[in-house]
Write a protein that binds this ligand. Structure first.
Ligand SMILES: [Zn+2]
Length: 138
């Protein structure tokens, strides 16, 4: 049997839409699916001087992502860090920007924010009335 490629997993989990590729996955004791991934084509430009930095290492950023098959998902993104060697630049180390995945300091992906908002908009006035009527009958 052929081994699954990350292309298949990226398509099924739709991580390809986030610009990352899956490198591993596990189901935790907490009933969460942990997906480990790397940033595809990270931006190497220093945010201060705009020159390309040299790869240094990666740091993990954990984000809640949209559920997969009804189970909560934690996305462990390996975010590349770079060293800026520009002599007159005040920044020495910087992270690749992942604004396309999550806002700065956010704990959920941007698509999870959209998913939550979409679920909230599915609560109609009729649902609220039904809920209120149930409460009145008690
Ligand atoms: Zn720089």
């Amino acid at each position: 049997m052929a081994e699954l490629t990350s292309d298949v997993a990226d398509t099924i989990c739709r991580t390809v839409e986030l610009g990352v590729t899956i490198t591993g996955a596990a189901v935790g004791a907490d009933d969460r699916t942990h997906i480990f991934c790397e940033v595809l084509d990270p931006d190497r430009r220093c945010p201060d001087c705009n020159m390309a930095g040299q790869p240094r290492d990666r740091v993990a950023r954990v984000l809640t992502d949209t559920p997969a098959v009804g189970h909560p998902v934690l996305l462990h993104v390996a975010v590349p860090r770079f060293v800026c060697h520009t002599s007159d630049c005040s920044r020495s180390v910087f992270r690749a920007r992942i604004d396309h995945i999550a806002r700065a300091r956010a704990v959920v992906t941007t698509r999870t924010e959209r998913w939550i908002l979409q679920r909230l908009t599915f609560i109609t006035d009729s649902d609220i009335l039904d809920f209120a009527c149930c409460d009145l009958r008690v």
